[in-house]
Ligand binder design. Structure first.
Ligand code: PMP
Length: 396
């Protein structure tokens, strides 16, 4: 991408993705022509309802859900996580009041659990190892007979580590609990199959599949019941009242269809670029380390840390050269606190602070990676020369 002849490389795709033009094309008629409310009985309404149901089908196909009705549309991953966790916990309150989750969840999971603690529930944050993989022995120990819900992220978008969901599902079900999986970052990048993976509830994000922002879904296994968060006209089987965001949901369906057809080849392409970037940063620059698992890793994710310097100063230097990346999760960026995800993996505060997160997308090419590989060593040298934390022998 170029603006005013300055090369611009956007590598912050886990925070936001462009909407695919094929998705925009199918959305447009729903603004000015097919504007009916899906709850209306007349033709305009029924056309909108049919289109919603087609999207439900496209999304259910992508995740191999048993039927389209298992898909509940929401305003995004945050709402889906809230609905899954609070809806499930409150529905099953009489059977047990403990929720087990992991130490590397998105804040929408962490804060949903914390809000339940204020209502008398208990939450345990199960630990991960230095790669960000859940410790399955500890997970099993943490699930007791009071636990009715376990919530685990499929793949953390910040460090890229992919969890062994199938093994987690076996443990959770053996202990008589239900499994909610936050697949926001995973669904669209790696094959996700709710049946094979043994998932009971699953959060799906639309923008992560190059659809519009502000729309998402919760997969809810056919036999399961949860309490709604929003009460009103009873849309979405009574689980999410409010007139549906029709145009965005139509875009969501198209985004899911494109993902189903193109994900394998696109992910293969990204893995090559990802690995060349990781190597190109870690090999030539001393005291530089990969965050997350080297192999069990999302195709788009390059997360590295450079000792002795601050992630924010790397970002600033990169932005001045037209490269737009991130130092961690977009949701935590405002706080300037070290990420709870990196701390949970055992990093010290000062190590976590030096992290750079590059998340690749459909428009990135190997050329972009080569440009970034060329640019970063000079930036790191300059920042380390200025940093009081850099050992003397490393200064140039
Ligand atoms: N879960 C995970 C794993 C995420 O990475 C994010 C942020 N993209 C969310 C939930 C929340 O997504 P949103 O802000 O779109 O609701």
């Amino acid at each position: 991408m170029t603006t005013n002849n300055i090369r611009q490389i956007y590598v912050d795709h886990s925070a936001g993705k462009p909407v695919d033009s094929r998705v925009v094309a199918v959305m447009l008629p729903y603004f000015k022509v097919l504007y009916g409310n899906p709850s209306s009985f007349h033709r305009f309404g029924q056309e909108a309802k049919q289109a919603l149901d087609n999207s439900r089908e496209d999304i259910s196909k992508l995740i191999n859900a048993e039927k389209p009705e298992t898909i509940i549309f929401t305003s995004g991953a945050t709402e889906s996580n809230n609905l899954a966790i609070k809806g499930m916990a409150i529905r099953n309150r009489q059977k047990g009041t403990k929720i087990v989750t992991s130490a590397i969840e998105h804040m929408s999971v962490v804060n949903s659990c914390k809000s339940l603690v204020r209502q008398g529930f208990q939450t345990t944050f199960s630990p991960v190892d230095s790669y960000g993989l859940l410790d399955l022995v500890k997970l099993e120990e943490n699930i007791d007979e009071q636990t009715k819900l376990v919530s685990v992220v499929y793949a953390n978008g910040e460090i890229g580590t992919i969890q062994p969901i199938n093994e987690i599902s076996e443990i959770v079900h053996k202990k008589g609990a239900y499994l909610h999986v936050d697949a926001t970052a995973a669904c669209g990048q790696i094959p996700v199959d709710v049946n094979k993976d043994g998932i009971d509830l699953m959060t799906i994000s639309c923008n992560d599949m190059y659809g519009p922002k502000g729309v998402g879904a919760l997969y809810l296994k056919d036999s399961l019941r949860i309490d709604p968060l929003l009460h009103g006209g009873g849309q979405e089987r009574g689980l999410r009242s409010g007139t549906e965001n029709v145009s965005s949901i139509i875009g969501f369906g198209k985004a899911a269809e494109i993902t189903r057809l193109e994900m394998r080849s696109e992910s293969k392409r990204l893995v090559k670029i990802r690995d060349s970037l990781i190597q190109g940063l870690i090999d030539p620059i001393s005291y530089t380390f990969l965050n997350g698992h080297p192999k069990k890793r999302l195709p788009d994710n390059v997360s590295v840390r450079f000792n002795f310097i601050e992630g924010e100063s790397i970002l600033l230097s990169l932005a001045l050269s037209g490269v737009f990346a991130s130092s961690g999760s977009a949701c935590a960026a405002k706080t300037l606190q070290p990420s709870h995800v990196l701390l949970a993996m055992g990093l010290k505060h000062e190590e976590a602070h030096g992290s750079l997160m590059i998340t690749l997308g459909r428009q990135n090419t190997q050329k972009d990676a080569d440009y970034i590989k060329e640019l970063i060593p000079g930036i790191i040298d300059r920042l380390r020369n200025m940093s009081p934390l850099t050992p003397k022998e490393l200064k140039k």
